[in-house]
Write a new protein. Structure first.
Length: 352
């Protein structure tokens, strides 16, 4: 562990440990995730030899608010269910050209269609038009969307809403059984960092809350049960000097500046968005691996800090996602490859 106040490295010995660190949306240019969603748990688990599964499945929400300088909060899909339509920069409705269900198509289909329209216009967003819905109904049924947009000067009863797909949920993660157990004895995991398999290849809305509650409780019970029946290893088996040496191996006499770490982080976000995002290909992902490896080499001299450690974890998790996506030579659920646009017809997992 790292004490951020004084830079001290210290040990915490436990009989059982639960990893519940959340997702990894911050590795992408656009995300609905909070700042702490940097893939820490997945990276830590991988370095510790824990099995991860289906890391290639990253779900993108199709309509996140995309006004420059504003946070990427989600614009509920229920608006489209109520009749709101998507328009490109020429004010033309485009979803019927991509899917027979139009705006009611599955999330991955809508996200791909929006991205293609953005690429055509070289723009950063398309528009969600809810002006055909009665203003009284909008205010009554969608008070959150109405008030959130109004804070940034947009009245959704008469203004178009700029939206873009946004990295939203990690479907893959640390492989666990139904009791939260991982491939390492005494280590448990739950929440978005874990992969129980209940989401398949494409999570349904709100199921992650149920998963976190059910499997979080199970992991807690199982960890407590495990801790009761095992004896802790003697403290002297863990050499503090070895642990500190491992953590500090990247330190140098001239550590990287915080601004340099920020630049590298921004580079990673663009690399993942453009090459391992909503639409992927073997060529784009090989390019991503090459660039991620370059960035990993570039951070060898980072200072021992939260920012440096999180960046290393972001790069590690991005690499795991990309390697898994390269291995899955098909398109299914949240994973779409231009060079393999169809499902192979076989259900399989990618473990890494």
């Amino acid at each position: 562990m790292l004490n951020e106040e004084n830079g001290e490295v210290f040990q915490v010995i436990s009989k059982a440990t639960i990893i519940a660190t959340g997702g990894a949306g911050q590795i992408y240019l656009r995300t609905s995730n909070p700042p702490g969603a940097t893939g820490d748990g997945m990276a830590i688990a991988s370095r510790s030899g824990v099995k991860l599964i289906d890391m290639e499945f990253v779900q993108f929400h199709p309509t996140a608010f995309a006004l420059y300088g504003a946070p990427s909060f989600l614009i509920t899909e229920a608006l489209r269910g109520e009749g709101a339509i998507l328009r490109n920069n020429k004010n033309k409705r485009f979803m019927p050209a991509y899917h027979p269900l139009g705006e009611l198509a599955p999330r991955d289909e809508v996200s791909r269609a929006i991205l293609r329209e953005m690429n055509k216009s070289r723009g950063d967003y398309v528009f969600l038009d809810a002006t055909n819905i009665k203003s009284s109904l909008l205010k009554e049924r969608f008070p959150t969307a109405f008030s959130a947009c109004l804070r940034f000067g947009l009245d959704i009863t008469k203004d178009l809403i700029p939206v873009s797909p946004s990295a939203h949920f990690m479907i893959g993660g640390i492989e666990t059984d139904i009791r939260g157990r991982t491939s390492v004895n005494g280590l448990f995991s739950s929440g978005e960092v874990a992969c129980t398999g209940v989401h398949g290849a494409n999570r349904l809305a709100s199921n992650s809350l149920l998963e976190a509650l059910v499997f979080g409780a199970r992991a807690g019970v199982e960890a407590a049960r495990y801790a009761k029946k095992v004896r802790p290893k003697p403290r002297n088996k863990y050499k503090k000097s070895d642990i500190k040496m491992e953590i500090e191996k990247n330190k140098s006499s001239s550590p990287l500046k915080s601004s340099t770490l920020t630049t590298i982080s921004e580079d990673l976000k663009r690399i993942m968005w453009e090459n391992v995002g909503i639409i992927r290909s073997g060529a784009s992902m090989e390019k991503a691996i090459e660039n991620i490896d370059r960035l990993l080499s570039a951070i060898k001299g980072y200072s021992l800090s939260r920012k440096g450690l999180e960046l290393e974890n972001m790069l590690t998790t991005a690499r795991l996602i990309t390697l898994s996506a390269i291995k899955r030579k098909e398109s299914i659920g949240a994973h779409y490859r231009e060079d393999f646009p169809e499902w192979s017809g076989k259900n399989k997992h990618i473990r890494i």
